[in-house]
Design a protein around this ligand. Structure first.
Ligand code: FE2
Length: 194
């Protein structure tokens, strides 16, 4: 797997408090930058800047932060994607707030785009808007992709990856039916602060 993917177990000392706060939120659909997302809430509520800075070895500046709740049968507006749509984000972090049910598994997959061989969206100077559009279309199904890495969901596991890295929830299907038993995660986007 790409060395720039960092996994830290036992990340948050107050994980139960963070999870309880996430469970108390409303996850009705919301629109962000023109795209409707389901299962998002709590923008800006939580950002463990000091612990992330320790993990990265530089001062982390928050860009955006949100809780997400996946449930059985939900639909994702985008599936295999990168996070450069979050303006200013250089890195993304996911903190898993629960374990999947005993008979189930869930996590985050990282993907290689087969036709181009790319694992991440290139910088703007070597990249065209047409390519971005093609990645968006190709991201609707797994056929144009090869899985290049996988991090299993574990309560209080943090995964950090570059914002341009292609990734998705895996498998597509989440679990549970409400914030009480669903696939609860915290997602933070950040950059290197000055
Ligand atoms: Fe993402």
């Amino acid at each position: 797997m790409d060395k720039t993917i960092i996994v830290i177990d036992g990340f948050a000392p107050d994980i139960d408090g963070v999870a309880d706060a996430a469970r108390s939120l409303d996850y009705s659909p919301m629109v962000y930058e023109g795209v409707e997302y389901s299962g998002m809430s709590g923008r800006g509520m939580y950002f463990p800047a000091a612990a992330l800075s320790d993990a990265m070895g530089f001062r982390v500046a928050p860009v955006e932060t949100i809780f997400r709740c996946g449930i059985v049968g939900d639909k994702m507006a985008v599936w295999i994607h990168n996070d450069l749509g979050v303006a200013g984000a250089e890195w993304a972090a996911i903190l898993y707030l629960t374990d999947p049910p005993a008979h189930d598994s869930s996590g985050t997959a990282f993907w290689r785009h087969v036709e181009t061989g790319l694992v991440a969206q290139p910088s703007a100077d070597s990249f065209s808007p047409e390519m971005a559009q093609q990645f968006n279309i190709d991201g609707q199904t797994m056929r144009p992709w090869q899985m290049d890495g996988y991090v299993a969901m574990r309560k209080n596991r943090l995964v950090i990856y570059p914002a341009n890295r292609f990734h998705s929830r895996w498998p597509y299907r989440a679990f549970g039916s409400s914030p009480a038993d669903g696939r609860l995660i915290w997602v933070g986007f950040f950059r290197e602060g000055k």
